[in-house]
Write a protein that binds this ligand. Structure first.
Ligand SMILES: Cc1cc2nc3c(=O)[nH]c(=O)nc-3n(C[C@H](O)[C@H](O)[C@H](O)COP(=O)(O)O)c2cc1C
Length: 312
């Protein structure tokens, strides 16, 4: 739990497609406790409304995951509202977050969702207004970027969002055009924080506990949202950086995470767990050969054997 001027600052796990799933969220809760908010990876409002089985499964969570916010993407207010209603009724998360920042062409290009809403603020406003009107009894929030190409867009966009009655806004300090390049602009988030009175969550390039402090000092934000900095480091929400985790504890948690992943996705899914392994063992020196074994791992038994050979 962290404080700013005696006020509690919310820590949050950022939504990350294919990453902030049930197994990873379980691991974060296990090692970091309950004092942070989980944002589950985005789901398509259209797929939810079509009751697509795989998409519905992505919205399931365990009680220990509260407080938990489900993120949705969509372009049509009525579809987003229908999807949110269905999710709230069936799964009871604490909030619904609308993705207004995703840059990938499938979402922001063709579909007029994600970051494309920054270019179409009227549509963005109508989505949030419709959601607030539906009165679902959960928080309604927006996660966005600084703009499409201009990092000043947010200075117009955030007040428009505030007017809709949105409960809070999370800002990744980059434009859509920047993708993930350059450095997140925390100064711009500070400007937004001064401009609006709704809570602002700062996001982008917060990699460790020193960054959390620095970002808070610069932005004055009400919340700190961590994405990639939590991958391979689920301890970050407990004030612990991965370098300080004893190697035996790290190995134990990696195996536990792998087992939950397999429990959730099936025996063959160890291949989709490899991405997590890259994060867990990032920066550890002298394991070049083992690293190339890790990226090819085919079973949990094999993973246990490789991990045993990692020094420490
Ligand atoms: C693999 C990956 C998947 C992501 N998926 C989503 C998503 O589903 N919804 C969203 O709003 N942002 C998504 N993002 C963006 C992150 O939530 C976050 O805004 C971004 O990574 C910057 O924060 P960070 O530097 O703490 O990672 C994703 C990022 C990554 C790396």
């Amino acid at each position: 739990m962290i404080f700013k001027d005696d006020n509690l600052v919310v820590l949050a796990l950022a939504p990350m497609a294919d990453m902030t799933d049930w197994p990873f969220c379980q691991i974060c809760r296990k090692v970091s406790g309950g004092d942070f908010v989980i944002f589950r990876e985005m789901v398509s409002s259209e797929a939810i409304v079509r009751t697509n089985e795989k998409t519905l499964k992505m919205c399931e969570f365990d009680q220990n995951e509260h407080p938990i916010i489900q993120q949705i993407f969509g372009a049509y207010p009525e579809v987003v509202v229908k999807a949110a209603e269905l999710i709230v009724k069936n799964y009871k998360p604490d909030g619904i977050d609308i993705n207004m920042g995703c840059p990938v062409p499938k979402i922001a290009g063709k579909a007029d969702c994600g970051a494309a809403l920054l270019k179409d603020p009227e549509r963005a406003v109508s989505i949030i207004k419709a959601l607030k009107k539906a009165n679902l009894g959960v928080t309604v929030s927006v996660k966005t970027r600084l703009g499409w190409t201009d990092n000043d867009d947010i200075l117009k966009f955030a007040p428009m969002m505030e007017e809709t009655g949105v409960d809070f806004i999370s800002i990744h300090g980059r434009t859509k055009q920047e993708g993930y390049t350059g450095i997140a602009d925390w100064e711009k988030i500070a400007q937004v924080k001064k401009l609006v009175s709704i809570p602002v969550f700062a996001n982008g390039d917060i990699k460790n506990n020193a960054d959390i402090k620095r970002c808070l000092e610069i932005t004055g934000a009400d919340g700190i949202m961590i994405g990639r900095g939590a991958l391979g480091n689920p301890w970050i929400f407990a004030g612990i950086d991965r370098e300080d985790v004893p190697p035996e504890e790290l190995k134990k948690i990696v195996i536990e995470h792998a087992k939950l992943h397999i429990q959730h996705y099936g025996e063959k899914s160890i291949t989709t767990f490899r991405k997590h392994l890259a994060y867990y063992f990032k920066g550890i020196t002298g394991i070049k050969d083992l690293r190339s074994e890790l990226v090819r791992v085919k079973s949990i038994e094999e993973l246990e054997n490789i991990i045993q050979k990692i020094p420490g």
